[in-house]
Design a protein around this ligand. Structure first.
Ligand SMILES: [Zn+2]
Length: 102
């Protein structure tokens, strides 16, 4: 997986069934395989749910920061807004916030 920037990994079955740690939409097919969330563009390295642990795959961004950015800009980082699905398409994904997480 160290050459992930050269060749994107894609799961055999792309059906979303794993919750993105950042936006909490069910948007990923698998966890921990550096899949990019189409809803908020968070890169899922399967680091767990520690809100304040910097994520290497996300340029040192923490989940808490990513969430704040998602609420504010609609993506985990302001520069990523152009890459994410539209708010219309976002409705196709199930939103499942974990009320116990924070
Ligand atoms: Zn996401």
């Amino acid at each position: 997986m160290f050459q992930k920037k050269l060749e994107w990994y894609s799961p055999k079955d792309p059906t979303p069934r794993v919750k993105c740690q950042c936006c909490e939409y069910i948007s990923l097919a698998e966890s921990g395989n550096y899949l990019i969330c189409p809803v908020c563009f968070w890169e899922d390295e399967g680091m767990g749910w520690e809100l304040d642990t910097p994520s290497g795959a996300n340029h040192g961004l923490t989940i808490r920061e990513g969430r704040a950015n998602f609420l504010k800009f609609g993506a985990c980082e302001p520069e990523m807004v152009k890459h994410v699905v539209s708010t219309e398409q976002r409705k196709l994904f199930e939103y499942r916030p974990d009320s116990n997480a924070i």
